[in-house]
Write a protein of this length. Structure first.
Length: 359
């Protein structure tokens, strides 16, 4: 009898902990986060103070890093915080990009209201992700990974389908115009896109931060850690998994819509399977189940892909080493080194190093 009462009491405590409201301090954003955001807003202004240091091209590269960080965050919500494996988030990226591109290309007044493409891409990708998540409820582990892998392969081919060429442009894709700064602001297109993407990224990370610190976030992570225990505690695991799939797809779709505006071009071959793998690599390298790791993963995804070819030429020409390494070989070597040195990702490695320094 005592054992039964103890088990009942433990179960009651677990239920109370799962349904309790988070403490007020959990929702507080750390001061260093605001410092980083402030520096990010001031960064483009350095162009006028130190000419040539912050060029429009560098701002464009930073903008693509922020877009990648949003996409990695979407995958992190699904894989890192909910435990569902996806190899097909490039498909949601493509859906978001083409949603924005079709709206900007086919609706005459839309280029003046390009910001409407963001909620449209979010809703479209949420619906697609939610509907895909429903049958995926029956799949776990590598079976779910295989299903999402099939999705990543199918979507680029569907975008080339002849019945959709009128919307998607077929193999040639759709050429767009970069949005102009509103209200006559004295900014270039790349400067304005930088601020536009930065504001959206900060808002999305703030929303994710509050979701994860609340009751729904604890339920998501409970499903990740032990689904059977979450079921016994009264958590609707099916509903949480499908909604999380939809939210994750919406985040990735927003990143795709932003990339359509930033690059001003979309084509089916830009959203191949390697895009999905790049997002997964960014997630693992940055740090699984870490918001800061999502930002690091986005930076890594863009920085290493852009620098791999330059590193290959540097090894062969400048160092004079007898190695003719391809960009992919350099990319793979960097990944191996990072995974060996920081198995928990860069964010996890920084945390562990800080704890050791503090004794």
């Amino acid at each position: 009898m005592a054992t039964t009462e103890t088990a009942a009491a433990a179960d009651a405590v677990a239920r109370q902990a799962a349904t309790a409201e988070p403490p007020a301090r959990a929702a507080a954003v750390k001061p260093w986060v605001w410092a980083v955001v402030a520096v990010a807003f001031v960064l483009p202004l350095l162009k006028f103070v130190i000419p040539g240091v912050i060029s429009d091209y560098r701002l464009f590269v930073i903008s693509t890093m922020m877009i990648a960080a949003i996409a990695v965050l979407g995958l992190n919500l699904l894989t890192g915080f909910n435990g569902q494996i996806s190899l097909g988030h490039g498909a949601f990226y493509a859906v978001g990009a083409y949603t924005a591109a079709v709206m900007l290309d086919k609706i005459s007044w839309m280029p003046d209201y390009y910001f409407l493409t963001i909620p449209a891409a979010a809703v479209m990708c949420f619906v697609v992700g939610y509907l895909f998540g429903l049958p995926a409820l029956r799949l776990e582990g590598h079976y779910l990974a295989l299903a999402t892998f099939a999705l990543a392969l199918a979507v680029p081919q569907l975008l080339k389908y002849k019945w959709l060429e009128g919307l998607t442009g077929g193999v040639q894709g759709v050429v767009l115009l970069k949005p102009s700064p509103p209200f006559g602001l004295p900014l270039s297109e790349d400067q304005w896109l930088y601020y536009y993407i930065l504001v959206i990224m900060v808002a999305l990370y703030f929303i994710a931060f509050n979701i994860l610190r609340g009751r729904n976030g604890r339920a998501m992570m409970a499903i990740r850690d032990h689904q059977m225990a979450a079921d016994t505690m009264g958590i609707d695991t099916a509903q949480y998994k499908t909604v999380t799939f939809g939210i994750s797809a919406a985040y990735t779709g927003i990143a795709g819509a932003l990339s359509a505006s930033a690059i001003a071009y979309v084509a089916p071959d830009s959203f191949g399977f390697f895009l999905s793998i790049s997002l997964l690599i960014g997630l693992v390298v940055g740090g699984v189940a870490s918001l800061a790791g999502s930002i690091i993963g986005g930076v890594f995804t863009v920085l290493v892909q852009n620098s791999a070819q330059a590193l290959s030429k540097f090894v062969k020409n400048d160092l004079g080493l007898p190695f003719d390494l391809s960009a992919y070989a350099v990319y793979g070597i960097l990944l191996l080194i990072l995974m060996y040195v920081m198995p928990l990702g860069i964010a996890g490695g920084i945390v562990m190093a800080w704890r050791r320094l503090r004794g």
